[in-house]
Design a protein around this ligand. Structure first.
Ligand SMILES: [Zn+2]
Length: 432
């Protein structure tokens, strides 16, 4: 199936180069009037397009940049329509099919490619193999924990990294791949595990972190969706559970948690990309993660969810305009992390509370974890800012992962400085 898929995308890209067919494209469009906003909303729902930014047509606003993916068969029609209405647009990515082909190129059969394993994208099967291999290769440091299974009954494995035997260590949870099309996210989880295992007792900061903290890393929270992006539709976002009374498939797992569930910013229409599901934790994937966090909330001190794209370090809340109780502490952490990224990698990340720097997005895992009592809760949006969007080429994986790693290190070290990081001090009285 996969081989066929790659084959067909290669031949499509070749046909595009030969002028026999139109490649998929990504447009950047900035509507300047309310009328243009309405036309864009219609275009993004009526044609077979993929809205990249914002994620929902409701959030299309005057003077806000829209990123729209057009598959080859509708690109000319939609571009003509935009022209007829004088809607200015710019082709961000003329050759989307070629980039998709580049992202799917898998050289894992090549024995010399071992060192570049982490700088390529991998199929779900390859990731399951990697999970097994990693747990087998480091039996005293890594455990694969089955936290649940997906709608299509694929296992959800979290890797527990515990690099030494100190008692009562705190822990950090990192999940990747809630949204299927954000391929850089699972790539980061794999990279992070590899880095932790390779640089413990080599890199001073990583050693300090791993001496004091265990990590739970869930590389693919939405395996059904991820698989589907490799075999059927590259731009799929939700999980793959069928919904009653409609042929539309899937729930947005990052709208399915019990944090102002299904209020403004989520959709109750199963055909929408931000469909919240039929009730909070209706989906096996979100329920599995929520159950695990509930049963480990005493030890898990930091929650992190990895997404893409737009280069943002996000803190609660996204589900309301309220300020989190320790907002200034969290804000200082993401600000420092963004400053470090700028200093080391000359790249810009924006930061702040989700509802303020993006828009309302209720039902997210980070807000839910925060309300559960995990007071250091974050969502990272990795590279880039829209040039390639979800189609970030493999050559950018290393840079994206290094930046996110630096942010993780910066934040964990800051949390470790906090008095409550030492065990038992949460019990301390008000005078503490
Ligand atoms: Zn996402």
């Amino acid at each position: 199936m996969l081989a066929e898929c790659i084959e067909s995308s290669i031949s499509l890209a070749k046909a595009a180069r030969d002028g026999l067919y139109f490649s998929g494209q990504v447009l950047s469009i900035t509507p300047t009037t309310q009328e243009q906003v309405e036309i864009l909303k219609n275009v993004s729902t009526q044609y077979e397009t993929g809205l990249w930014q914002p994620v929902s047509p409701h959030n299309i606003k005057e003077l806000k940049q829209v990123h729209l993916y057009l598959p080859g068969n509708s690109s000319e029609t939609v571009k003509n329509l935009l022209q007829r209405h004088n809607i200015a647009h710019e082709v961000m990515l003329p050759n989307a099919d070629e980039i998709i082909e580049m992202q799917m190129r898998n050289d894992s059969g090549d024995p010399r490619s071992g060192s570049t394993f982490y700088y390529r994208y991998h199929t779900l099967e390859d990731i399951y193999d990697w999970i097994n291999r990693t747990a087998n290769d480091y039996p005293d440091k890594v455990k694969a924990i089955l936290v649940g299974s997906s709608y299509e009954k694929r296992p959800l494995y979290a890797l527990k990294l515990s690099l030494n035997n100190r008692p009562n260590k705190k822990a950090m949870w990192i999940d990747c791949g809630i949204h299927a099309r954000e391929w850089i996210s699972p790539a980061f989880c794999l990279f992070f595990v590899h880095y932790s295992l390779s640089f413990y007792n080599v890199n001073t900061e990583m050693t300090q972190i791993l001496d004091n903290m265990d990590f739970y890393v869930l590389p693919v929270m939405n395996p059904d969706g991820y698989k589907y992006t490799w075999t059927n539709r590259r731009m799929w976002r939700k999980n793959r559970s069928p919904q009653k009374g409609t042929s539309c498939i899937g729930v947005d797992l990052n709208r399915n948690f019990d944090a102002n569930w299904c209020t403004t910013g989520a959709s109750s229409n199963p055909c929408d990309e931000t469909y919240c599901g039929s009730f909070p934790e209706s989906e096996p994937e979100s329920q599995a993660v929520a159950n695990f966090l509930r049963s480990h909330k005493e030890s898990i001190q930091i929650y992190l969810s990895i997404h893409s794209y737009s280069q943002m370090l996000i803190i609660p809340y996204s589900c309301s305009m309220d300020e989190a109780e320790n907002h200034s502490e969290l804000y200082e952490m993401v600000k420092t992390a963004a400053d470090e990224i700028r200093r080391y990698y000359r790249n810009t990340y924006t930061y702040g509370a989700g509802a303020h720097i993006i828009y309302l997005a209720p039902g997210g895992s980070d807000d839910w974890a925060y309300n559960l009592g995990i007071k250091y809760s974050f969502t990272f949006e990795l590279q880039d800012r829209g040039r390639y969007g979800f189609l970030l080429p493999p050559s950018h994986i290393q840079g994206a992962c290094n930046e996110a790693l630096l942010a993780v290190k910066t934040i964990v070290l800051k949390v470790m400085e906090k008095p409550q990081a030492s065990m038992g001090s949460r019990q301390a009285g008000p005078a503490a």
